[in-house]
Design a protein around this ligand. Sequence first.
Ligand SMILES: Cc1ncc(COP(=O)(O)O)c(C=O)c1O
Length: 406
Amino acid sequence: MNRISQRVQSAGFSTTMQIAALAFQLQSEGIKIINLNVGEPDFNTPENVKNAAHVAIDKNFTKYTPNAGLADLKDAIIKRLKTDYDLSYTRDEIIISPGAKNSMYNACMAVINPGDEVIIPTPYWVSYPAMVKLAAGVPVIVPTFANDGFRLTPAQLEQAITPRTRALILNNPSNPAGTFYTRKDLIELLNVALAANLIIIADEVYEKLVYDGLKFIPAAAISAKAKANTVHISGVSKTYAMTGWRIGYAAASNDLIAGMNVVQSHNTSGATSISQVASIEALNGPQDYVKAMLAEFQKRRDYLLKRLREIPGITCHPASGAFYLFPDFSVYFNMEFEGERIMNSADMVYYLLKHAHVATVPGSGFGAENYIRLAYATSLENIETALNQIEAALKKLSPIRQLEIK
Ligand SMILES: Cc1ncc(COP(=O)(O)O)c(C=O)c1O
């Protein structure tokens, strides 16, 4: 008898976590693996942020905080949203959670009724469909294409909406494809979403990691109506290299935040006190750290894109945000090396892990089978070695020979 609930069975374990576990196992066997699978900056948390945490500990600021977060951290978030995007929120329109992932989960639990449909464009971050299912909703997966920059088009959105549609999950810039929506894209898309009274759950955790001189606009900044119907989700994990501190946050109208507050009150309660103090410093302190990190990421993106496009048969959309590239590897499917067959993206990822000693993530986990995801959150030197090893491993492949039928 399976004692696990159907909801949890339907969600399954995160693909990225599975690959990480296998890479870790090979590493523990003494094999040097280059990790292009991880979703976190390789930079250190800024010194001023770490110092703020030391002070918090020394002052014994180590107890529970209010469920929705410290007022000073809410103020720091409010100030950033105002300064950066001219968005005005009040304290009751902000909630701080243990990671942006938790903010996303709280938002799903707060707004989805059983059977509600939630539109999720592919390639999606692995957790979105699972979160919707855990909230007893129905994920409606809408494929997007490299030719459209992996953007959901207004026509596609229109077609996917039914009377049961409750929300749209919009990840901008996106993981895994680095999809980027301009102001114009957002206006056109939100026109359709708002006409159907959808709630927009806008995962904008990569808001500060945007390249090629593009300007990020949050969905909530499009209009007053957009703001009233959008849950803006972000955090300090990616922007300040603070993934392990576990601080994310949401900004939305107070009824939505109140709902998320209820969910959080029965789940994690308030986020870590020390991490919240560190996050105040991250948001209020000097921002040049972010600029320097961005410049380094841009160099790596450019290099990785160039190297991938030099591999015969590989095409790659020049992702303008986050720190991932999502090349199409399908030209190497139906190939083999010493009897090891590559039929799909998962086979490819295992092959590259074994023969190139490079960890990547299969597109299947993101709902896009022909692709694999490579993160450039590692040094240029590592990226160069990884690409040399990937190229060498791909050269060993040859088409699967069909059995001759006599
Ligand atoms: C699209 C997206 N949203 C949310 C998160 C989670 O962020 P956090 O580490 O703050 O929970 C990630 C992390 O990989 C992500 O890629």
